[in-house]
Ligand binder design. Sequence first.
Ligand code: HEM
Length: 497
Amino acid sequence: MDSLMQAPFILFLIIIPLTILLGLVLSALLPQQKLSYPPGPKGLPIIGNMRIMDQLTHRGLAKLANLYSGILHLRMGFLHMVVVSSADVARQVLQVQDITFSNRPATVAIRYLTYDRADLAFAHYGPFWRQMRKLSIVKLFSRKRAESWESVRDEVDSAVRVVSARAGTAVNIGEVVFSMTKSIIYRAAFGSSSKEGQDEFIAIMREVSELFGAFNIADFFPWLGWLDPQGIKPRLVKSRKSLDKFIDNIIDDHIQNSKGEGDETDIVDDLLAFNRDQATGKESAILLTRDNIKAIILRSTVASTIEWAITELMRNPEELKKVQQELVDVVGFDRRLQESDVENLTYLKCALKETLRLHPPVPLLLHETAEDTEVSGYHIPKKSHVMINVWAIGRDKDFWDEPETFMPSRFLKEGMPDFKGSGNFDYIPFGSGRRSCPGMQLGRHMLELSVGHLLHCFTWELDNAGSGIDMTDVFGLTTPRASRLVAVPNKRVTMSL
Ligand code: HEM
């Protein structure tokens, strides 16, 4: 038994020297490319820069960019990584050479759990992605899709009622907001406003999301994948089985209760109708899985931004006062905030833009090159993983006055970017170009309505006023707050909630 367990280790010891030898022979034989890679820290043979793997976060990469430049190169095993941290290089990548940079990198885990990229967010740029993107924009996230928008209204109202019932006591805002966005997504995707199945869905998605980010040797040395020292494979198989079972049940349920002409539909109904049109047998499971992945992006991006917005405003009472005064001027105390009010809530929108500048929920845009190319005079090989550091660009002192300060009024100035950014590429919280966020309208709607309602209906005071607010973030697919925000709400409107 012991010798069996040692076998992979002995093979590992044989393979590494052989690989080094092969690498040396090949580099001597192959013609050298003319342009050099962008600057970056020197790596070791074979493993490259894998020793600084823990620095591949928005903060770690911003520090490296300060040492090197707005474009830097890292090698992780056999993988080339390019990090973009300046607005000018971001424009090269997202606009000038948009098509070359429009593929998505995907780890072994992502490929397996998305049925080999059968998902809008992880599909490579091409006909399949184009079709999914069109379907999403026209059918799933469009303003016309009343169900998604109605679920936002209902669930925001329900969160306000939960807070109202606890007025005068400490409320964990993070939990309220997380539960609200979870219900919005679940309803928009699966239709039912009941909470049944939600917890199972969240547990599955949590494991999937963890597997997406887990270190896997096979991503850097594909032929060592069979070693699987972290035991990723069994977790992947188990996770996909639960995902399949959950989705199959939902599909069966929707097929049995199929909607007629004129009935309100959810995303599953729309996808099934789409599948029927396409008449492609087994496609439904794949399409639904895609939607689950979208749901991760949707849930966590919006929830963390709502929490950050309220946190920043509570840390900056003068700014909070301005937003709340505007709500009184536009809405008053005796009626609820309506969707039509939002266009007049200029300062609220500035505060949300400023929150997205300082705390972009997707801090690193992940792209992949479809072919060899050149940027800023440097060689970028085909299949390089490209990370655009939105977080660092939003805090670049060459573009922003007092970049670390929360200052919503900066967005009142003439020529400042809108939510979707400007031609300068100094503000890109929703990305830009072909792979930019298709859910921006829905995301904005959720943000404006929920933050607007929570600040219109209540005053908020810190529960632990003396100790200040912990502003640490956590790095992952999105950047939530490290600790949850707890505050005491008190009703400030006269109408009943
Ligand atoms: C505060 C809200 C949100 C922010 C800041 C945000 C931001 C982003 C960013 C930065 C990207 C990647 C862009 C790139 O790689 O260049 C993205 C992609 C995406 N987002 Fe959002 N997002 C938000 C809400 C939403 C919502 C509400 C939905 C769905 C209804 C959504 C669905 C997607 C999808 C499907 C993609 C992948 C698109 C593709 O690869 O073609 N997002 N989002």
